[in-house]
Design a binder for this molecule. Structure first.
Ligand SMILES: Nc1ncnc2c1ncn2[C@@H]1O[C@H](COP(=O)(O)OP(=O)(O)OP(=O)(O)O)[C@@H](O)[C@H]1O
Length: 210
């Protein structure tokens, strides 16, 4: 289980973004996170992945601290994938940075072989997002923070991405935190949902998958 206990965080001199924020994600569980723009969802995602330190509170996997050196067990997938890659690298180098995804998985994520030898900067945002999602599924990764990852995709590609990710996450018992403004998407994908508001996390009503 990925567990965050009583997290506090602020960007001084702004008022605290979080006060006593706690959440847990079980292995294999999909949890939703909503909140108004600026509420702090991405900041929370970065804290969970270990990119920043909370000013108070703790983040543990199975009760243990985890290393943020090398491959992170918690992967944060940001809304803007171009910020997470070296634009001069070829697509294949980015995709294979932590592991070599098999061809069947490349197909499942809609990644075309003809992209592989192109420079990353020549991909569209939606194409690059799929590369980054598959790159993050390296063995050893246990939790994903999917931060608005499908916003830039058309509805059909969006559905295909979530289906591919769902299938792979189930196979590997990955826990996933889906951050989105799309309430219908969160209801469809997530067993439990939280809403971030006024520095606190509120549990939304329980929702069974259809
Ligand atoms: N490095 C920083 N320095 C100062 N303020 C920051 C920094 N990063 C984020 N903020 C501020 O913290 C607040 C929360 O930002 P964050 O990106 O976490 O919000 P969000 O809920 O993900 O928003 P959105 O839905 O618009 O993506 C915002 O008011 C933002 O301007």
């Amino acid at each position: 289980m990925l567990e965050a206990c009583q997290l506090c965080y602020a960007f001084p001199p702004q008022p605290p973004l979080f006060e006593d924020v706690s959440l847990r994600i079980e292995a294999g569980e999909w949890v939703g996170l909503s909140g108004n723009s600026g509420a702090g969802k991405s900041t929370l995602g970065r804290l969970l992945a270990g990119y920043d330190e909370p000013t108070a509170g703790r983040i543990r996997i199975e009760g243990e601290r985890f290393s943020t050196k090398g491959l992170r067990p918690v992967q944060w997938l940001p809304q803007s994938p171009e910020l997470a890659v070296n634009p001069r690298w070829q697509v294949v180098r980015v995709l294979n940075e932590a592991w070599e995804p098999p061809e069947a998985l490349r197909r499942a994520f809609g990644i075309k072989s003809q992209w592989l030898n192109r420079p990353v900067r020549t991909l569209s945002g939606g194409e690059l997002q799929r590369i980054c999602v598959l790159r993050a599924l390296a063995p050893g990764v246990r939790y994903l923070i999917a931060d608005e990852i499908s916003t830039m995709l058309d509805p059909i590609t969006q559905l295909a991405l979530w289906q591919a990710l769902k299938a792979e996450a189930e196979k590997r018992k990955l826990g996933v935190l889906v951050i989105s403004h799309d309430a219908a998407l969160l209801k469809r994908l997530c067993q439990r949902r939280y809403h971030l508001e006024n520095a606190r996390l509120h549990a939304a009503e329980h929702h069974q998958l259809p």
